[in-house]
Design a protein around this ligand. Sequence first.
Ligand code: COA
Length: 225
Amino acid sequence: MFKHIREDINSVFDRDPAARNVWEIIFCYPGLHALWFYRISHWFWTHEFFFAGRFISHLGRFFTGVEIHPGAKIGRKFFIDHGMGVVIGETAEIGDNVTLYHGVTLGGVTWDKVKRHPTLLDNVVIGSGAKILGPFTVGKGAKIGSNSVVVKAVPDNATVVGIPGRMVMAEEKKDEGRADLQHGQLPDPEAKAIACLFDQIRELERKYDILAEEHAELKKRIADK
Ligand SMILES: CC(C)(COP(=O)(O)OP(=O)(O)OC[C@H]1O[C@@H](n2cnc3c(N)ncnc32)[C@H](O)[C@@H]1OP(=O)(O)O)[C@@H](O)C(=O)NCCC(=O)NCCS
C-alpha cells in the first residue's frame, strides 16, 4: 500500500511543475485524494459491497469534485491535475501513466448495460474539458486537446483536437515511458519546417525532371516530322 502511495506522490512530482513538496501534494491535490477514494470504493465494489462502493465514491465526489465510478478500472501512476469536474464512468478502463486534466468526461452514449465507456491505453494525456464518449480505445501515448469531443477510436501516439475530434498528428513515436507536455520533449518546429521544405524541393526536382524529359521527347518528335 505504501509503495502505491509513494508512486502516486511521485506521479504528481513528475507531471506538475508547481508541486513543491510531499506535504503539499498529500494535502492540496484533489486529484490524488479522488484516486485514494476510488481505490477504497473499488475494493468494496469488487468484493460485491456495491452500496458501500457507491457511497464511498459519492463521498469522494463531495470532497474533491471528481466522480469516479467504483466499477471503473484504473492502472498505476494515474494523475488527475486540478480535478474538479472529472467524470469517469462505470465501464471505463484506464492503463498506466495516464493523465487527465480538470473537466474531462469519460462517458457513454447508450443507456444499455454494456461496455459503454472508453478504454485509455498507457501514457494517454487528456486535456482539460475534453469529452471522450463511447466504448472505443484511445491508443498508447495519444494526446487529446482541451475541450475536444472525441467519439471515435484514436490510434497510438496520435494527437486529436476539436469538435468532433480530428487527428492533427499521427506520427509513430517510440513509446517513451510516459507522454507529457515538457518543453524539452516537444518537437522542434524549425527543424520540422526545414525538413518539409527539403521534401518539397525534392518533389519539385522530380516533377521538373519528368517535364524536361517530356519536353525533350516532344522536341525530337517535332524535328522528326
Ligand atoms: C492537444 C495538445 C496536447 C497538442 O499539443 P502539441 O502536440 O504541442 O500540438 P500543437 O500545439 O503543435 O498543436 C497542433 C495543432 O492542433 C491545434 N490545437 C492544439 N490544441 C488544440 C485544441 N485544444 N483545440 C483545437 N485545436 C488545437 C493547434 O492550433 C495546431 O494546429 P495547426 O497545426 O493548424 O497550427 C495540446 O494543445 C493540449 O490541448 N494539451 C492539453 C493541456 C491542458 O489541458 N492543460 C491544462 C493545464 S491546467
